[in-house]
Design a protein around this ligand. Structure first.
Ligand code: ZN
Length: 528
């Protein structure tokens, strides 16, 4: 059996927003125009494989399965798609096929609108990276976010260590960063803390003792060991009872793996939320133990003592959000006063940051936060509006471009018909070879320039509409707040990363989505 060329077409729900430019008919036309324009394809059999209504995030698609079966049987010489994302939306899978499997089987791969032809890229893979990565970047779907989340959860369930940092006392295995090893000098400090607690010393007394002996704190230890992340210049040089208590409450030191305390709410946003304790995953013996479970449990009776000086109240609107503008640490909340307030605890331990012991009334901070959140939301609404109008204009532009492209398609069709006639006239002897060759070259040049013109018309539209769609989705996610003018604790929790208190009248609200916002605005520049 002779090898044939294949066209692969795919359409799914998630392509809806791209409008007509992704329809099966339009994909087919793009590919057929391409085939018509490449002389070496003329006369070769073409077979079509279609997946209508299948997402590109996996390869569980009947059409693609048939196609790959034909590839394995050695029937296929060339696969042509409109763009990489038609073939698949998963970078690793797609590049595996294009970089390894297809070349190995001698199958040529062409993505028309990405201007990719594997014949031009033999032995190099650098060029496929760019369009595929663009395609991945253009995706921002919730679907993917869910997948990452569940993959992470599976990883956690398998006892794989997937946090960015090893807890104090441990370090990551150089050869396998998902494994933890005991970091002996730090583990020695942990053991000492537990030993002191076993002598019924309070967390305060233990902190004092460690400070008196000049024992290095976890933050400074991390810094000294070259960690560039999560350590700022304000790393505490002195132990506090809070730091000691945290260690004494941490069951991981018995070798217990605890995972799944947080989950990312939206991919790419870096925003995380706490998961309820019953959803945590606990695996005894999954880590190397620094202390025995017996020692840990024997302290259970005293554990009350190792709680912080104020008991955490996670319902509080600004829970863990209020930070001192001088030292950067979370401020202490005094909730049992007639008018609850915050103050910085650092001054008790060191004067080096210039923190005072001023009290800042909770209500005053809440008011400031609400004002800031309110105006931020207003900005989001404006942006949402801009995106919505931008999309409307773009789709008008796309329609115009499509009409123009259709006109070009017709011209291309006419030119190709003319080319066939030329050939017949030459065969029939009514023109000589030189005339035929010369005229054919002119026609081909004409066809190629029209195809280029046509592709230029449509190129960029997909990217632009993807950008607008993801920006619109981003801003649109704030619309849920429209009805509630009064910011709620849930809203503050989601939108506010931290509130820095410099002075009573200098309260700085830092929003959790500011990097994302900046990114979205940057990609939007010049597009609306
Ligand atoms: Zn402070």
């Amino acid at each position: 059996m002779d090898k044939y060329i294949t066209e692969y077409l795919r359409l799914s729900q998630d392509d809806d927003n791209a409008g007509e430019s992704n329809s099966i008919t339009s994909q087919r036309q793009i590919i057929e125009n391409y085939i018509g324009a490449v002389p070496e394809f003329s006369g070769l059999p073409v077979k079509e494989f279609i997946d209508d209504g299948y997402s590109g995030t996996n390869f569980e698609r009947p059409g693609v399965k048939q196609l790959l079966k034909a590839v394995r049987k050695g029937e296929v010489s060339c696969i042509i798609v409109k763009d990489f994302s038609r073939f698949g939306r998963q970078y690793l899978e797609v590049s595996k096929f294009i970089e390894q499997i297809f070349p190995y089987l001698g199958v040529r791969f062409i993505a028309v609108n990405d201007h990719y032809d594997s014949n031009n890229h033999k032995g190099t893979t650098a060029d496929i990276d760019v369009p595929i990565r663009n395609m991945i970047n253009a995706m921002y779907s919730k679907d993917t976010s869910k997948k990452v989340k569940s993959a992470k959860r599976t990883q956690v369930q398998n006892g794989v260590f997937s946090n960015a940092f090893a807890p104090f006392g441990y370090m990551k295995d150089e050869t396998d960063k998902h494994r933890l090893l005991i970091d002996e000098p730090a583990a020695e400090i942990i053991r000492r803390i537990f030993a002191l607690a076993a002598e019924s010393r309070s967390a305060f007394q233990i902190a004092d003792r460690l400070n008196a002996d000049g024992v290095i704190t976890p933050a400074l230890y991390k810094k000294r060991n070259g960690s560039k992340l999560a350590v700022n210049d304000t790393a505490r040089a002195l132990w506090t009872n809070g730091m000691v208590s945290r260690i004494l409450r941490d069951e991981r030191y018995t070798g217990m793996f605890i995972g799944g305390q947080h989950e990312t709410t939206q991919i790419g946003s870096g925003k995380k939320r706490h998961t309820p304790q019953e959803k945590w995953i606990r695996i005894p013996g999954a880590l190397p133990a620094i202390i025995t479970p017996e020692l840990f449990n024997s302290l259970a009776a005293n554990r009350q003592k190792f709680k912080g000086s104020t008991k955490p109240n996670t319902d509080r609107i600004l829970y863990k959000k209020v930070r001192c503008g001088y030292c950067g640490h979370v401020m202490q909340y005094i909730g049992d006063a007639p008018k609850p307030y915050y103050l910085c605890d650092t001054a008790r331990y060191t004067k080096q940051h210039g923190c005072g012991r001023d009290r800042f009334r909770e209500q005053q901070i809440i008011d400031a936060v609400k004002t800031a959140v309110g105006s931020q939301i207003a900005v989001m609404f404006d942006m949402e509006n801009l995106c919505r109008n931008g999309k409307k204009e773009l789709s008008q532009g796309i329609r115009a471009a499509q009409t123009a492209a259709e006109r070009l398609d017709n011209e291309i069709g006419r030119l190709q018909a003319f080319k066939r006639q030329l050939y017949e006239r030459y065969k029939g002897g009514s023109i000589d070879k030189t005339t035929f060759m010369c005229e054919r070259e002119t026609v081909e040049r004409d066809v190629n320039s029209k195809i280029a013109e046509r592709n230029a018309l449509l190129a960029g539209n997909d990217e632009q509409s993807n950008t607008l769609n993801s920006a619109h989705e981003f801003f649109g996610s704030f619309l849920k707040y429209q009805s509630g003018i009064e910011p709620t604790s849930e809203m503050v929790n989601e939108l506010v990363e931290a509130v820095y208190i410099n002075d009573a009248d200098r309260i700085e609200v830092r929003f959790s989505f500011r990097d994302e916002l900046e990114q979205v605005i940057k990609t939007l520049e010049g597009k609306i």
